[in-house]
Design a protein around this ligand. Structure first.
Ligand code: NAP
Length: 290
Protein backbone atom coordinates (compact mmCIF):
# COMPACT_ATOMS: atom_id res chain seq x y z
CA UNK A 1 0.00 0.00 0.00
CA UNK A 2 1.18 3.55 -0.64
CA UNK A 3 -0.34 6.20 1.55
CA UNK A 4 -2.48 8.99 0.19
CA UNK A 5 -0.44 12.13 0.78
CA UNK A 6 -2.53 14.67 2.68
CA UNK A 7 -2.04 18.04 0.99
CA UNK A 8 -1.97 20.43 3.93
CA UNK A 9 -0.74 23.25 1.73
CA UNK A 10 -3.83 23.07 -0.49
CA UNK A 11 -6.19 22.67 2.49
CA UNK A 12 -4.57 25.66 4.21
CA UNK A 13 -4.94 27.77 1.06
CA UNK A 14 -8.66 26.92 0.97
CA UNK A 15 -9.04 27.77 4.67
CA UNK A 16 -7.26 31.09 4.19
CA UNK A 17 -9.58 31.94 1.30
CA UNK A 18 -12.67 31.09 3.38
CA UNK A 19 -11.34 33.15 6.29
CA UNK A 20 -10.65 36.04 3.87
CA UNK A 21 -14.26 35.99 2.65
CA UNK A 22 -15.59 35.83 6.21
CA UNK A 23 -13.21 38.63 7.28
CA UNK A 24 -14.64 40.83 4.51
CA UNK A 25 -18.16 40.10 5.78
CA UNK A 26 -17.03 40.93 9.35
CA UNK A 27 -15.55 44.23 8.14
CA UNK A 28 -18.82 45.17 6.44
CA UNK A 29 -20.82 44.31 9.57
CA UNK A 30 -18.47 45.76 12.21
CA UNK A 31 -17.17 48.78 10.30
CA UNK A 32 -13.57 47.74 11.02
CA UNK A 33 -11.21 44.93 10.08
CA UNK A 34 -10.35 42.08 12.46
CA UNK A 35 -6.96 42.86 14.05
CA UNK A 36 -4.07 40.61 15.11
CA UNK A 37 -1.18 41.88 17.24
CA UNK A 38 2.02 39.86 17.16
CA UNK A 39 4.74 40.52 19.72
CA UNK A 40 8.35 39.46 19.13
CA UNK A 41 10.97 39.87 21.83
CA UNK A 42 14.59 39.53 20.71
CA UNK A 43 16.30 38.59 17.48
CA UNK A 44 15.73 34.83 17.13
CA UNK A 45 16.00 34.29 13.37
CA UNK A 46 13.36 31.53 13.09
CA UNK A 47 10.90 33.55 15.22
CA UNK A 48 11.47 36.64 13.06
CA UNK A 49 10.63 34.60 9.94
CA UNK A 50 7.42 33.26 11.58
CA UNK A 51 6.36 36.75 12.67
CA UNK A 52 6.95 38.17 9.18
CA UNK A 53 4.93 35.44 7.51
CA UNK A 54 2.12 35.78 10.08
CA UNK A 55 1.97 39.54 9.38
CA UNK A 56 1.85 39.02 5.61
CA UNK A 57 -0.84 36.32 5.86
CA UNK A 58 -2.92 38.55 8.17
CA UNK A 59 -2.92 41.43 5.69
CA UNK A 60 -3.60 39.05 2.77
CA UNK A 61 -6.72 37.82 4.62
CA UNK A 62 -8.04 41.39 4.86
CA UNK A 63 -7.13 41.85 8.53
CA UNK A 64 -5.09 44.48 10.36
CA UNK A 65 -1.64 43.37 11.47
CA UNK A 66 0.01 45.11 14.43
CA UNK A 67 3.64 44.10 14.90
CA UNK A 68 5.52 44.89 18.08
CA UNK A 69 9.24 44.15 18.03
CA UNK A 70 10.97 44.57 21.36
CA UNK A 71 14.70 44.29 22.12
CA UNK A 72 16.02 41.06 23.68
CA UNK A 73 16.73 42.83 27.00
CA UNK A 74 13.09 43.96 27.44
CA UNK A 75 12.11 43.20 31.02
CA UNK A 76 9.04 41.21 32.00
CA UNK A 77 7.23 44.24 33.42
CA UNK A 78 7.53 46.12 30.12
CA UNK A 79 6.22 43.13 28.17
CA UNK A 80 3.31 42.69 30.59
CA UNK A 81 2.51 46.40 30.21
CA UNK A 82 2.40 46.01 26.42
CA UNK A 83 0.08 42.99 26.78
CA UNK A 84 -2.20 45.10 29.01
CA UNK A 85 -2.29 47.87 26.38
CA UNK A 86 -3.19 45.33 23.68
CA UNK A 87 -5.87 43.82 25.95
CA UNK A 88 -7.43 47.29 26.26
CA UNK A 89 -7.12 48.18 22.55
CA UNK A 90 -10.45 47.66 20.77
CA UNK A 91 -8.80 47.38 17.35
CA UNK A 92 -6.95 44.26 18.56
CA UNK A 93 -8.95 41.01 18.47
CA UNK A 94 -6.04 38.60 18.76
CA UNK A 95 -2.74 38.76 20.66
CA UNK A 96 0.09 36.40 19.90
CA UNK A 97 3.34 36.57 21.84
CA UNK A 98 5.91 34.67 19.82
CA UNK A 99 7.61 31.91 21.81
CA UNK A 100 10.21 31.15 22.97
CA UNK A 101 10.74 34.28 25.06
CA UNK A 102 14.21 35.16 26.38
CA UNK A 103 15.05 33.14 29.52
CA UNK A 104 14.71 36.11 31.91
CA UNK A 105 10.97 36.35 31.10
CA UNK A 106 8.44 33.93 32.62
CA UNK A 107 6.42 32.67 29.64
CA UNK A 108 3.59 31.44 31.83
CA UNK A 109 3.15 34.86 33.45
CA UNK A 110 2.96 36.51 30.04
CA UNK A 111 0.46 33.99 28.65
CA UNK A 112 -1.66 34.33 31.79
CA UNK A 113 -1.83 38.12 31.30
CA UNK A 114 -3.38 37.89 27.80
CA UNK A 115 -7.14 38.46 27.79
CA UNK A 116 -8.51 34.90 27.16
CA UNK A 117 -10.96 36.40 24.62
CA UNK A 118 -7.94 37.59 22.57
CA UNK A 119 -5.76 34.50 23.16
CA UNK A 120 -5.67 33.31 19.54
CA UNK A 121 -2.85 30.87 20.34
CA UNK A 122 -5.18 29.14 22.83
CA UNK A 123 -2.40 28.82 25.43
CA UNK A 124 -4.13 30.68 28.30
CA UNK A 125 -5.17 28.32 31.14
CA UNK A 126 -8.77 29.52 30.74
CA UNK A 127 -8.84 28.36 27.11
CA UNK A 128 -7.03 25.10 27.95
CA UNK A 129 -9.61 24.49 30.68
CA UNK A 130 -12.51 25.38 28.42
CA UNK A 131 -11.23 22.93 25.79
CA UNK A 132 -10.78 20.21 28.42
CA UNK A 133 -14.30 20.71 29.77
CA UNK A 134 -15.97 20.83 26.35
CA UNK A 135 -16.80 24.56 26.33
CA UNK A 136 -16.25 26.93 23.40
CA UNK A 137 -12.56 27.81 23.46
CA UNK A 138 -9.84 29.36 21.39
CA UNK A 139 -7.89 26.20 20.53
CA UNK A 140 -4.12 26.04 19.81
CA UNK A 141 -3.56 26.45 16.07
CA UNK A 142 -1.37 23.45 15.24
CA UNK A 143 -3.55 20.73 16.83
CA UNK A 144 -6.74 22.32 15.50
CA UNK A 145 -5.13 22.28 12.04
CA UNK A 146 -4.32 18.58 12.49
CA UNK A 147 -7.94 17.88 13.47
CA UNK A 148 -9.22 19.73 10.40
CA UNK A 149 -7.03 17.58 8.14
CA UNK A 150 -8.20 14.42 9.92
CA UNK A 151 -11.88 15.34 9.67
CA UNK A 152 -11.52 16.20 6.00
CA UNK A 153 -10.43 12.59 5.50
CA UNK A 154 -12.68 10.94 8.12
CA UNK A 155 -15.82 13.02 8.77
CA UNK A 156 -16.50 10.86 11.84
CA UNK A 157 -13.60 9.87 14.09
CA UNK A 158 -15.93 8.31 16.65
CA UNK A 159 -14.60 5.11 18.20
CA UNK A 160 -11.24 5.25 16.45
CA UNK A 161 -8.06 4.38 18.36
CA UNK A 162 -5.76 7.42 18.34
CA UNK A 163 -2.27 7.90 19.70
CA UNK A 164 -0.67 11.28 20.26
CA UNK A 165 3.08 11.09 20.72
CA UNK A 166 4.10 14.14 22.78
CA UNK A 167 2.39 15.90 25.68
CA UNK A 168 3.36 19.57 25.26
CA UNK A 169 0.83 22.26 26.11
CA UNK A 170 1.19 23.60 22.57
CA UNK A 171 0.54 20.42 20.60
CA UNK A 172 0.24 17.06 22.39
CA UNK A 173 -2.19 17.86 25.21
CA UNK A 174 -4.69 19.94 23.19
CA UNK A 175 -4.48 17.37 20.36
CA UNK A 176 -5.48 14.65 22.81
CA UNK A 177 -8.39 16.78 24.08
CA UNK A 178 -9.61 17.46 20.54
CA UNK A 179 -9.51 13.75 19.64
CA UNK A 180 -11.30 12.87 22.87
CA UNK A 181 -13.91 15.48 21.95
CA UNK A 182 -14.38 13.57 18.68
CA UNK A 183 -14.94 10.36 20.70
CA UNK A 184 -11.65 8.71 19.80
CA UNK A 185 -10.03 6.36 22.29
CA UNK A 186 -6.90 8.36 22.99
CA UNK A 187 -3.48 7.24 24.17
CA UNK A 188 -0.87 9.89 24.98
CA UNK A 189 2.74 8.75 24.70
CA UNK A 190 5.78 10.65 25.96
CA UNK A 191 9.41 10.14 26.84
CA UNK A 192 8.60 7.77 29.73
CA UNK A 193 6.21 5.55 27.75
CA UNK A 194 7.26 1.88 27.71
CA UNK A 195 7.15 -0.01 24.39
CA UNK A 196 5.82 2.89 22.36
CA UNK A 197 5.73 0.73 19.20
CA UNK A 198 3.10 -1.54 20.77
CA UNK A 199 0.86 1.44 21.50
CA UNK A 200 1.30 2.89 18.01
CA UNK A 201 0.44 -0.50 16.43
CA UNK A 202 -3.09 -0.33 17.86
CA UNK A 203 -3.82 3.10 16.46
CA UNK A 204 -6.05 4.05 13.53
CA UNK A 205 -4.76 7.62 13.92
CA UNK A 206 -1.17 8.51 14.80
CA UNK A 207 -0.19 12.11 15.59
CA UNK A 208 3.54 12.57 16.09
CA UNK A 209 4.68 15.72 17.92
CA UNK A 210 8.00 14.66 19.37
CA UNK A 211 10.77 16.78 17.84
CA UNK A 212 12.93 13.78 16.85
CA UNK A 213 13.64 13.25 13.14
CA UNK A 214 12.03 10.09 11.66
CA UNK A 215 11.04 8.85 15.14
CA UNK A 216 7.98 6.81 14.06
CA UNK A 217 9.09 3.69 12.16
CA UNK A 218 7.19 1.75 9.47
CA UNK A 219 6.98 -1.47 11.50
CA UNK A 220 5.21 0.46 14.32
CA UNK A 221 2.30 1.53 12.15
CA UNK A 222 -0.91 -0.44 11.61
CA UNK A 223 -1.51 -0.92 7.86
CA UNK A 224 -3.98 1.67 6.61
CA UNK A 225 -3.60 4.02 9.60
CA UNK A 226 -3.76 7.79 9.13
CA UNK A 227 -0.51 9.44 10.19
CA UNK A 228 -0.18 13.14 11.00
CA UNK A 229 3.39 14.38 11.28
CA UNK A 230 3.67 17.60 13.29
CA UNK A 231 7.47 17.51 13.52
CA UNK A 232 9.60 20.25 12.06
CA UNK A 233 13.23 19.30 12.47
CA UNK A 234 16.01 21.20 10.75
CA UNK A 235 18.76 18.74 9.74
CA UNK A 236 21.75 18.88 7.39
CA UNK A 237 19.56 17.29 4.71
CA UNK A 238 16.81 19.89 5.17
CA UNK A 239 13.45 19.96 6.94
CA UNK A 240 12.30 16.54 8.18
CA UNK A 241 9.34 15.37 10.23
CA UNK A 242 8.96 13.10 13.24
CA UNK A 243 7.78 10.24 11.01
CA UNK A 244 10.10 8.12 8.88
CA UNK A 245 9.05 8.78 5.25
CA UNK A 246 9.11 4.97 4.74
CA UNK A 247 5.89 4.89 6.82
CA UNK A 248 4.15 5.94 3.59
CA UNK A 249 4.47 2.30 2.44
CA UNK A 250 2.28 1.16 5.35
CA UNK A 251 -0.05 4.02 6.23
CA UNK A 252 -3.35 4.66 4.48
CA UNK A 253 -2.82 8.42 4.51
CA UNK A 254 -0.02 10.63 5.73
CA UNK A 255 1.00 14.29 5.90
CA UNK A 256 4.29 15.21 4.22
CA UNK A 257 6.96 17.47 5.75
CA UNK A 258 7.06 20.15 4.49
CA UNK A 259 3.60 20.84 3.06
CA UNK A 260 1.48 18.98 5.60
CA UNK A 261 0.71 20.36 9.06
CA UNK A 262 3.09 23.34 8.76
CA UNK A 263 0.94 25.51 6.45
CA UNK A 264 -2.15 24.79 8.59
CA UNK A 265 -0.80 26.61 11.65
CA UNK A 266 -0.93 30.14 10.20
CA UNK A 267 -4.23 29.45 8.42
CA UNK A 268 -5.79 28.41 11.75
CA UNK A 269 -4.28 31.47 13.46
CA UNK A 270 -6.20 33.63 10.97
CA UNK A 271 -9.31 31.55 11.61
CA UNK A 272 -8.92 32.00 15.38
CA UNK A 273 -8.43 35.76 14.96
CA UNK A 274 -11.64 36.00 12.95
CA UNK A 275 -13.53 33.87 15.49
CA UNK A 276 -12.23 36.05 18.35
CA UNK A 277 -13.23 39.20 16.44
CA UNK A 278 -16.73 37.88 15.83
CA UNK A 279 -17.25 36.93 19.47
CA UNK A 280 -15.88 40.26 20.75
CA UNK A 281 -17.87 42.41 18.32
CA UNK A 282 -21.06 40.39 18.54
CA UNK A 283 -20.89 39.73 14.78
CA UNK A 284 -21.99 36.27 13.67
CA UNK A 285 -19.18 34.25 12.10
CA UNK A 286 -20.23 30.84 10.79
CA UNK A 287 -17.38 28.95 12.48
CA UNK A 288 -18.56 25.60 11.10
CA UNK A 289 -18.19 26.85 7.52
CA UNK A 290 -14.53 27.82 7.95
P1 NAP B 1 8.14 19.69 22.96
O1 NAP B 1 7.52 20.73 23.83
O2 NAP B 1 9.63 19.54 22.93
O3 NAP B 1 7.48 18.29 23.35
C1 NAP B 1 7.96 17.09 22.80
C2 NAP B 1 7.22 15.94 23.41
O4 NAP B 1 7.77 14.74 22.87
C3 NAP B 1 7.33 15.86 24.94
O5 NAP B 1 6.06 15.61 25.50
C4 NAP B 1 8.28 14.69 25.17
O6 NAP B 1 7.99 13.91 26.31
C5 NAP B 1 8.03 13.83 23.94
N1 NAP B 1 9.19 13.01 23.66
C6 NAP B 1 10.49 13.41 23.60
N2 NAP B 1 11.28 12.33 23.38
C7 NAP B 1 10.48 11.26 23.29
C8 NAP B 1 10.68 9.87 23.09
N3 NAP B 1 11.92 9.38 22.93
N4 NAP B 1 9.61 9.06 23.08
C9 NAP B 1 8.37 9.54 23.24
N5 NAP B 1 8.10 10.85 23.45
C10 NAP B 1 9.14 11.68 23.47
O7 NAP B 1 7.73 19.90 21.44
P2 NAP B 1 6.39 20.52 20.76
O8 NAP B 1 6.40 21.99 20.92
O9 NAP B 1 5.20 19.75 21.18
O10 NAP B 1 6.71 20.19 19.24
C11 NAP B 1 6.87 18.87 18.76
C12 NAP B 1 7.34 18.91 17.33
O11 NAP B 1 6.35 19.60 16.55
C13 NAP B 1 8.63 19.67 17.09
O12 NAP B 1 9.32 19.06 15.99
C14 NAP B 1 8.17 21.06 16.68
O13 NAP B 1 9.11 21.73 15.86
C15 NAP B 1 6.95 20.70 15.90
N6 NAP B 1 5.94 21.78 15.83
C16 NAP B 1 5.41 22.05 14.62
C17 NAP B 1 4.44 23.00 14.49
C18 NAP B 1 3.85 23.26 13.14
O14 NAP B 1 3.37 24.34 12.87
N7 NAP B 1 3.83 22.26 12.27
C19 NAP B 1 4.00 23.71 15.61
C20 NAP B 1 4.53 23.39 16.86
C21 NAP B 1 5.51 22.41 16.96
P3 NAP B 1 8.18 14.47 27.82
O15 NAP B 1 6.99 15.35 28.06
O16 NAP B 1 8.17 13.25 28.64
O17 NAP B 1 9.46 15.22 27.84
Amino acid sequence: MTATIIDGKAFAAGLRARVGDAAAAFTRAAGRRPGLAVVLVGEDAASAVYVRSKGKATVAAGMESFEHRLPADTDEAALLALVERLNADDAVDGILVQLPLPPHIDERAVIARIDPAKDVDGFHPVNAGRLATGLDALVPCTPLGCLMLLKDLHPSLSGMEAIVIGRSNIVGKPMGQLLLGESCTVTTAHSRTRDIAAHVRRADIVVAAVGIPAFVKPDWVKPGATVIDVGINRTETGLVGDVDPAVAAVAGAMTPVPGGVGPMTIAVLLRNTLVAAGRRAGVTVDEGAL
